[in-house]
Design a protein around this ligand. Structure first.
Ligand SMILES: [Zn+2]
Length: 362
């Protein structure tokens, strides 16, 4: 091998007529590593990765859960019921990670509650991480590959109208029956994206937070700010309206093209831009009300978004594909909203965002 490498190295040099003293190769002795040792190390790294991913996931769902529940008054018809648990069995884990999942969380072929959300209905009645659900009402929880999906489907059906359920739990060899009244929650899904960039999105159905954003937020309150802002985009139907605006813009493009003016798609872009600046301001505004409803420190918002704008200006822009509200303007608006909410708390008036009057419309 060494010989042929040297030959190809030589030929390569000859072909290119480059005068060099030789191909660069390491000159110290290579440390021999056995395949077994390498595999043990790889498994250790998978365990670290799995544990870190779970940590981020639990932090995100704990933070989002209370915001989603407390923001119900702002979510209109888009509500659902949840008991606030995450379940898993090995079939819900990629094959490569199953050994790590067992080592870190004892995840086997039996369906298990791996996390109880902070402040949830399940936590309230005393369900804890590691509990094994045996039956839901009178339905025995199955084992095997589809157990997870079947359980979640049954749970969704059983709580659809807010009905209470009874969950028989196995813990330390003993069985206990828990009666749970589910929490009413905004009907959107919180998703942890594995991307390392600092970003968050709302697509009308989901609130997606990247692991980069998780690291950027210095506290759960800051994370809740991002969740609230994105949830507000969904609740205010910005996705639908934005799509409509783009379509509207494109129609202008077509009209211009017919008239012989090539706009290069400018109108389409303008359509999306002109509105998303308004949408950003609205997501900030409604998001702060969600924070206040969740009893979270909404006064940290201006500082957080200021730090975000200063350290990741590109992300904010790319994230919402828009001209973001001019930084000073955005902070003044946030500060004003903080004062508005504080006044309402002081006066004991309901925490409802102020809606536009027809007379406000120019
Ligand atoms: Zn936004």
């Amino acid at each position: 091998m060494i010989k042929s490498n040297n030959v190809s190295c030589f030929l390569f040099l000859m072909t290119l007529f480059i005068l060099l003293t030789g191909c660069a190769t390491p000159t110290t002795k290579r440390v021999e590593v056995s395949d077994v040792a390498a595999e043990i190390e790889a498994e250790k790294q998978r365990e670290i990765a799995f544990e870190a991913a779970l940590h981020d996931k639990f932090r995100l769902v704990d933070t989002a859960y209370s915001v989603f529940v407390k923001s119900v008054p702002l979510c209109g018809e888009k509500t659902a019921y949840s008991i606030g648990t995450l379940v898993a069995n090995k079939y819900m884990i990629s094959e490569e990670m199953r050994t790590a999942a067992y080592a870190v969380s004892g995840i086997t072929n039996v369906l298990k509650i791996i996390h109880v959300m902070r402040g949830s209905a399940a936590e309230l009645v005393g369900i804890v991480d590691g509990d094994i659900p045996l039956s839901l009402n009178d339905w025995a929880i199955p084992t095997g590959e589809n157990a997870g999906q079947e359980y979640l489907k049954k749970l969704e059906e059983s709580t659809r109208n807010g009905e209470g359920i009874s969950l028989r739990i196995l813990r330390d060899g003993a069985e206990t029956l828990f009666e749970i009244t589910p929490d009413k929650t905004c009907d959107y899904t919180i998703v942890l994206s594995t991307q390392d960039i600092v970003n968050a999105y709302a697509d009308g159905k989901n609130v997606i937070i990247t692991r980069g954003m998780m690291r950027f937020t210095e506290s759960d309150t800051e994370l809740a700010l991002v969740v609230s802002h994105e949830l507000a985009h969904n609740v205010m139907n910005h996705m639908d309206a934005k799509t409509r605006n783009v379509v509207l813009g494109s129609v202008l493009d077509i009209v211009a093209a017919v008239l012989g003016v090539n706009t290069g798609g400018t109108f389409g872009n303008l359509g999306a831009r002109a509105y998303s600046k308004e949408f950003e301001a609205e997501a900030d505004y409604v998001g702060l009300y969600m924070m206040a409803l969740s009893d979270l420190d909404f006064e940290t918002a201006p500082h957080f978004w200021r730090r975000m704008a200063a350290l990741h200006p590109g992300n904010i822009k790319k994230n919402h594909a828009s001209t973001h509200p001019a930084t000073p303007e955005r902070f003044v608006a946030l500060e004003k909203t903080v004062q508005e909410i504080k006044q309402k708390l002081l006066n004991g008036t309901p925490l409802e965002p102020e809606m536009k009057n027809d007379s406000d419309e120019e």
